[in-house]
Design a protein around this ligand. Structure first.
Ligand SMILES: Cc1cc2nc3c(=O)[nH]c(=O)nc-3n(C[C@H](O)[C@H](O)[C@H](O)COP(=O)(O)OP(=O)(O)OC[C@H]3O[C@@H](n4cnc5c(N)ncnc54)[C@H](O)[C@@H]3O)c2cc1C
Ligand SMILES: Cc1ncc(C[n+]2csc(CCOP(=O)(O)OP(=O)(O)O)c2C)c(N)n1
Length: 575
């Protein structure tokens, strides 16, 4: 019998841990691993066109499944290409293992062809990164890496020289199992009693919930009911909080809506649950702030807090609820809900079809997509204006999912994340909302859709600009520059890549083309020629005059009310 190689043992350990696929791009230094995968039917190699996509795809799979996902890059440049995607995975706290092949072990340190130092390169975007230099280290080092990625939620990296991967293994089989942890974390009795006292005494409580509320929907609703408290959500909490929620008043932040903003500013107690909402300007100045988070190091990170409790949301709320009295005061909740309804109406007005043969509003595209998409659709959205449209117009229902590069904020995430989503959820409808800049950045992955056989749908918001940056430039009062995009016809590129490719030029084409794409039994791309934001500041405004109005202006621009800026300028600056 041929002895088992280190690479074989590595793949055995991945399979034993439940890993079903490895996203990557082949290379000489990865030969041991790809050869081992080739001979097996219980794990699949997913060939992408750029290693960054491999990391984004693995991150999306890990986000959706909660389980470890794996990507691989060959030595030197192949490793380097992984890095941006791995940063995203690490910062989003999803368990991802990166197999970073290394140059021949005997050459390390000599400045050899393609030599880099993975331990240094991946230090900032991983919890664990180790070089495997001896067969004796396997499978233990790999298992420590997997365990670290799962337990600490983030990235772990194994740097494996191509020659070591081909050596005979010393260990015979994987040693560890990785069952899902069932442990819970609850604050102490004394802390819960103190928190109950604070909440029972307050009249205007607003809850700010985030991604850490996943799995705690019933407890969250019971809490809001008991406290008569409106619930604001942060972006990553949208998919877990927004649905079946009579206390929902929307999101806060620059992309949020006014009701979310006001509910936070007008409260007496702000109760933060599983959120790392980063924008300090949007926190109340004088309210009592309570924060509950699973990770103690998060407490007080974004705003001054009066009480900080370490606990998981579900366990903590279950323990807290019996201590809370029914809240008699409803005014705060009622006024926040009223504001929310008005803000929603305004948003929907902006999402109108407009003249049948006029400009296409991007809001309209998102709204129609929301209407047409499956009840359990998985959406991904590019950083850029697609994030705005997703935040505002895609409604979550407890089954739908929404993934973006919300913390790392990298462009071009939507298409590769959709690849990971579709592979891990083959029966589900997967839709990428792409920017034209974002799509072009990892355009090669359109080829992956056909090659791997992925029926996902790409909706491109074609505005011929880096539009989000233009908005930021406008808000900062500087002239737009370097944001033009001279784009090709993406639908024809899609056709050449074997996809169904469509272009919507006028509003009346949007709905039928989205329907056609969603019904198509294979990959499809719809390029929608949307209105480039043409809002501009009064030309005579100087940078100095603009200072201090930045926040308002970006908000007004993002919500489509550019006219408010001009009014504001007239009222405040030209008196
Ligand atoms: C272009 C762009 C614009 C954006 N604009 C906005 C905006 O306007 N508004 C906005 O909200 N976001 C916006 N974002 C996203 C923003 O950057 C943050 O990523 C987001 O606000 C964080 O959401 P979160 O607090 O739900 O999730 P996270 O940042 O993931 O925080 C979750 C918190 O929950 C904790 N946690 C995890 N599990 C548990 C548990 N079981 N129990 C308790 N705690 C737990 C974690 O430790 C963490 O502290 C934007 C992003 C982009 C790219
Ligand atoms: C890798 C990377 N480069 C640059 C940026 C800065 N940036 C943020 S949004 C954006 C524009 C995105 O353009 P596009 O994908 O066309 O979407 P649009 O905003 O035009 O809809 C840029 C350049 C970034 N976030 N990530």
């Amino acid at each position: 019998m041929t002895p088992k190689s280190v690479a074989n043992l590595l793949v055995d350990a991945l399979v034993a841990a439940g890993v079903q696929r490895v996203y990557g791009l082949a290379g000489d230094s990865l030969n041991g691993i790809t050869e081992s995968i080739r001979t097996r039917s219980d794990i699949r190699w997913i060939p992408v066109r750029h290693e960054e996509s491999a990391a984004f795809a693995a991150g999306a799979e890990a986000h959706l499944t909660g389980s470890l996902a794996v990507c691989a890059g060959s030595c030197g440049p192949g490793n380097l290409h992984l890095i941006n995607g791995l940063y995203d995975c690490h910062r989003s706290r999803v368990p991802v293992l990166a197999l970073a092949a290394q140059i021949p072990s005997s050459e390390i340190g000599s400045g050899y062809f393609q030599e880099t130092n993975p331990e240094h390169l991946f230090a900032q975007c991983s919890h664990y990164c180790e070089l495997v230099s001896h067969p004796e280290q396997m499978p233990r080092i790999l298992e420590i890496a997997m365990q670290t990625a799962i337990a600490r939620r983030g990235v772990a990296v194994i740097a494996l020289p191509g020659d070591v991967a081909l050596l005979n293994a010393v260990g015979a089989r994987p040693r560890l199992h990785f069952p899902q942890s069932g442990s819970t974390v609850c604050p102490s009795e004394a802390e819960l009693a103190q928190l109950a006292k604070v909440l029972n005494a307050a009249q205007r409580i607003t809850i700010l919930g985030g991604a850490g509320c996943a799995g705690a929907h019933p407890e969250l609703m019971a809490l809001a009911e008991r406290l008569q408290a409106p619930i604001v959500h942060a972006m990553r909490g949208k998919e877990f909080i927004e649905y079946d929620n009579p206390y929902n008043v929307g999101m806060s932040g620059l992309l949020g809506i006014s009701s979310g903003y006001h509910a936070m500013l007008s409260c007496e107690v702000l109760l933060m649950l599983g959120t790392d909402f980063p924008y300090r300007q949007f926190y109340p100045k004088d309210a009592t702030v309570v924060q509950i988070d699973l990770r103690g190091e998060q407490l007080g990170r974004r705003t001054r807090i009066d009480y900080g409790l370490v606990g998981d949301t579900q366990t903590t709320l279950a323990a807290l609820l019996p201590r809370l009295v029914e809240h008699p005061h409803q005014e705060h909740l009622k006024s926040c809900l009223k504001e929310f309804q008005k803000a929603r109406r305004d948003l929907y007005e902006l999402a109108s079809e407009g003249k049948r043969d006029g400009h296409i509003h991007p809001q309209y595209v998102a709204r129609v997509l929301d209407e047409l998409a499956a009840e359990d659709a998985i959406f991904t959205c590019d950083v850029g204006t697609p994030t705005i449209w997703a935040a505002r117009y895609l409604s979550m229902n407890g089954q739908r999912r929404l993934i973006g590069s919300f913390i790392h904020g990298s462009m071009a995430n939507a298409l590769p994340q959709a690849i990971g989503a579709q592979l891990s959820h083959p029966g589900r409808q997967v839709i990428a909302l792409s920017g034209d800049g974002g799509l072009a950045m990892l355009l090669g992955e359109l080829l992956t859709l056909k090659q791997v056989g992925l029926p996902l749908k790409v909706i491109v918001f074609k505005n011929d600009a880096l539009a989000f940056v233009e908005l930021e430039m406008k808000a900062a009062g500087i002239l737009e520059f370097a944001t033009d995009l001279r784009n090709p016809d993406f639908s024809r590129i899609a056709q050449a890549a074997g996809l169904l490719g469509l272009t919507a030029q006028t509003p009346d084409q949007v709905r039928p083309m989205l329907i056609r794409a969603l019904q198509h039994n294979g990959p499809a791309l719809v390029e929608v020629v949307v209105h480039r934001q043409e809002l501009s500041l009064p030309p005579s405004l100087s940078l100095d005059q603009v200072a201090g109005f930045g926040l308002f202006m970006i908000k007004a621009l993002l919500s489509g009310h550019g006219d408010e800026i001009i009014d504001l300028a007239k009222v405040n600056l030209f008196r």
